[in-house]
Design a protein. Structure first.
Length: 390
């Protein structure tokens, strides 16, 4: 039986990646109960057990500021008749020192996860033992006692990607047409379940006459979101699907879709979610949405949270990213704000707040540049570079 001694760390990656890569039969967690809760350690085990269903575990607490105590506990935990390895990837300086000392004293295999190179190394020889696994967003959430509850938006099909990108680009260059059409659609379609649309061209909203933009409707028909369009005093057409209806009645969704589809093109991204709804306390047995995240991706086993605003971004948008990225990624959580405004040029307080907290910002100039995909890729690489030593 292979036994792995794991020094618990607040960073999910350093805990999970060695366990899932080495696939031990049993993992022994060493942690400080005065610093970390027992449940936080057990959540790491639950996340590992999703992939290693026969995995066994033990928990042992130790004073993390006492090197001698850590050494004594570690030595006592080494099994007599089973193969044992010590993971030196995380756990803090004193735990790393203690693990190395005991490993040398008892001639045990010591390992280290090189995140940048995606390799598990044997510490003494530097020999590559195996490639590291790729952690998904779901791995991170399970390790934090959270869970996905689904998506707030219907997910587009692959054959629809091209037309969605064309529509998004049209909207970015004709925002006023989308604003008036979306407002009209939302009011006239409220409470209606049919895909058929039939209503007067002009309606009053708060004393103002509102009507859809005819060019926008014609382009929607051209791209296949609606069909059988008739324009006159009465607007008459049919949505081609529930998906099309949802997209043409949800104002900010087009920027979310655009970022989502551009993310799918980036090499190395192992997981992308659109409109992810999260239950932050999945273990209480009560499904409760605590957050909805516009776009969340995983690259190099790191989750990155992206907030998309087809408006001016406010402080609440920045705070939302901060909460999500720190809740899942801890102090090394990653966040990006994408906003259809001139937030960088205007150097607003919201922009300064985002930058000061490590959040990268893409704004109108990036969206309309014609090379948004490349800029998004470079931004993702930037937020990861410092963390993984690139």
């Amino acid at each position: 039986m292979l036994v792995q001694i794991e020094y618990y760390d607040s960073d999910v990656l350093t805990n999970l990646i060695s366990i899932l890569s080495m696939k031990p039969d049993k993992v022994i967690f060493v942690y400080d109960k005065d610093v970390f809760s027992k449940s936080s350690v057990e959540n790491i085990y639950r996340a590992a057990k999703v992939h290693l269903e026969n995995l066994k575990y033990e928990l042992h607490s130790v004073d993390s500021d006492n090197l001698e105590a850590i050494c004594n506990v570690t030595q006592q935990l080494v099994p007599i008749h089973d193969e044992c390895i010590i993971d030196l990837t995380g756990g803090g300086d004193l735990m790393t020192i203690a693990g190395y000392q005991i490993g040398q004293r008892l001639n045990l295999k010591m390992i280290y996860a090189d995140i940048r190179k995606n390799k598990i190394l044997e510490v003494v020889t530097g020999r590559i033992l195996c490639n590291t696994v790729k952690l998904t967003i779901e791995d991170y959430l399970t390790a934090k006692g959270a869970a996905f509850l689904g998506n707030s938006h219907l997910q587009p099909k692959k054959e629809e990607y091209k037309n969605i990108l064309l529509m998004a680009n049209y909207i970015f260059h004709n925002l006023s047409k989308w604003q008036k059409t979306c407002k009209y659609n939302q009011v006239t379609l409220s409470g209606k379940t049919s895909l058929r649309f039939y209503n007067r061209k002009q309606i009053k909203i708060n004393g103002q006459i509102v009507s859809p933009d005819p060019d926008f409707l014609r382009y929607s028909e051209k791209l296949g979101f609606i069909k059988e369009l008739k324009l006159g005093k009465i607007i008459d057409y049919t949505f081609t699907s529930e998906l099309a209806k949802q997209y043409l009645t949800t104002y900010g969704i087009w920027l979310e879709l655009y970022v989502y589809l551009q993310s799918l093109k980036i090499r190395g991204i192992s997981d992308v979610r659109l409109g992810a709804m999260i239950d932050w306390n999945a273990l209480d047995g009560i499904p409760n949405v605590g957050n909805e995240i516009d776009v969340v991706i995983s690259k190099d086993s790191r989750p990155i949270f992206i907030s998309c605003k087809l408006t001016n971004a406010n402080a609440a948008a920045v705070n939302e990213i901060i909460v999500n990225m720190r809740r899942v990624g801890g102090p090394r959580g990653k966040g990006i704000l994408v906003t259809f405004s001139d937030i960088k040029k205007d150097n607003t307080g919201v922009y300064q707040r985002a930058v000061s907290t490590g959040i990268k910002v893409l704004d109108r100039s990036d969206i309309l540049s014609g090379e948004f995909g490349d800029r998004l890729k470079n931004t993702i690489d930037e937020v990861l570079a410092k963390d993984i030593g690139m």
